[in-house]
Write a protein that binds this ligand. Structure first.
Ligand code: PFF
Ligand code: NA
Length: 453
């Protein structure tokens, strides 16, 4: 349908597309959320549920998003408009595109806050500020940062500038190039940290802790947590994957690339768990849950081990890189929308989108300090945004996209874009049309029934 974009706006190579999707999916979700969700939700039971969600829901959904993006070569709003026109249904489906873009910006506004903490940690850890700190000291350090507007603002703005720099340079010169440097760096850091964790002597103990299976602990809330996290960790429901798909050449196979990314994202979450937990065990730190796992316990634990300080800097550098490669994908749909919808120049579109997000994010930045008293149902703004996006917006937007792709879009389009084997295609369609909507519906109903608010 749409003419192919000029070469400048496509990924330079198929492998860069895979790396870009991987960069988007591997982020704070894998390193910061997954370990604490796992320790909070009961180890291996949660991990298995999460794996089931990734395979049965996440991967089929990801294929759908890539195919919608590539078929239309457009940002989510324009894509939904073109697709509904092609399918002969109301163009109101474009609202779904807007909802996806909005969800991405909302996620970005709390994502950037954690990224700001990470940036601050990279600098202060390299300066040796937490050398030989005990738990008490580390705890104070973290609280002091949360209450210090200058520090927060500086690193928050720095993070925004990095994102702006990459987005502003465009697809080929910005995203493509950044990904080609950052992803190898990220993988190298993971490898070094893994070797280090392995020789700590607590590798297998951590493994058991991570994979211990206790089926009696499964309940509706845990299933919803696993489902929400599957969407979050694979970057689904925000149009990020759709927009990245728009830059993929027509010659490439979608199915393989997506399966690759699904597996790698999960693998990285588990491998990073296999860095964090052995280090905590070796330093005999209790496995705390919640955000403090990364920001309070881990620096102390690293500090007690041989060469731990250097490795700790490496660890936070890894988190920083992962946060940047995800953040650019969160803002790319909005930037592409501004660029294509209103014919803005790339740089201008990037400035507007990042500036909007910066403003929105400011309130979140202070939600642990000056605005800590502002709460809804006991959640501060940060927690509220995290909750609403992960447990409502992502599953609902994703569900709508799947229903659209499975039931409304013609088979001719999906089949020709996906080029799967015949059984593979039917399996995919089965998931999209029946399995997934049913599962998401059931999960929601159980939780509405259980949650009383
Ligand atoms: N997948 C990212 C992570 O696990 O950290 C977060 C994310 C990125 C969510 C991009 C949504 C998105 F569009
Ligand atoms: Na992820």
């Amino acid at each position: 349908m749409q003419t192919d974009r000029k070469a400048q706006e496509l990924w330079s190579h198929r492998s860069v597309f895979i790396l870009a999707l991987m960069g988007s999916s591997v982020g704070l979700g894998n390193i910061w959320k997954f370990p604490y969700l796992t320790s909070e939700q009961g180890g291996g039971t949660f991990v298995l549920l999460y794996l089931a969600c990734v395979l049965l829901v996440g991967v089929p959904m990801m294929k759908a998003e890539v195919l919608l993006g590539r078929h239309t070569r457009s940002n989510p709003v324009q894509a939904m408009r073109l697709l509904s026109r092609e399918a002969g249904v109301s163009e109101r489906w474009r609202i779904l595109g807007w909802l996806a873009v909005l969800t991405g910006v909302l996620i970005f506004s709390f994502y950037a806050v954690v990224a700001a903490w990470i940036f601050y940690y990279v600098f202060s850890l390299s300066a040796g500020l937490l050398a030989d700190a005990g738990w008490e000291q580390s705890n104070n350090f973290f609280s002091r940062m949360l209450a210090d507007p200058d520090t927060l603002l500086t690193s928050h703005t720095l993070f925004m500038l990095v994102v702006l720099l990459i987005l502003g340079a465009g697809v080929r010169r910005g995203l493509d190039r950044a990904i080609r440097y950052l992803m190898p760096l990220m993988l190298l850091l993971v490898l070094i940290l893994l070797v280090y964790a392995y020789q700590s002597g607590y590798f297998w103990q951590a493994y058991q802790q991570l994979f211990q299976f206790r089926p009696e602990r499964i309940d509706g809330a845990m299933v919803l947590a696993a489902l929400g996290h599957a969407f979050f960790t694979l970057s689904l429901g925000t149009g990020a994957v759709m927009t990245y798909g728009a830059y993929l050449s027509r010659k490439e196979s979608i199915g393989q690339a997506v399966a690759c990314v699904g597996v790698l994202d999960t693998l990285l979450a588990l491998l990073i768990g296999m860095v964090i937990f052995p280090v905590l065990l070796a330093a005999q730190m209790p496995s705390t849950s919640g955000p403090e796992l990364l920001f309070i316990s881990l620096p102390v634990a690293f500090g007690q081990l041989h060469a731990g300080q250097v490795l700790c800097v490496m660890f936070f550098l890894l988190v920083g890189v992962a946060a940047v490669t995800s953040a650019i994908s969160l803002m790319e749909p909005f930037t592409a929308l501004l660029e294509q919808q209103w014919g803005l120049r790339r740089v201008v579109a990037a400035v507007i989108s990042v500036a909007t997000a910066w403003c929105m994010s400011l309130a979140v930045l202070f939600s642990f300090g000056h605005l800590a008293g502002v709460t809804w149902y006991g959640m501060n703004l940060f927690e509220l945004l995290n909750f609403v996006t992960t447990y409502f917006l992502l599953p609902l937007v994703s569900l709508a996209i799947m229903v659209f792709t499975g039931w409304i879009l013609s088979r001719r389009i999906t089949q020709s874009e996906l080029t799967l084997s015949v059984p593979g295609y039917y399996l995919w369609r089965l998931c999209l049309r029946y399995l997934v909507p049913l599962a998401i519906g059931l999960i929601f109903l159980t939780n509405l029934y259980n949650v009383s608010f």
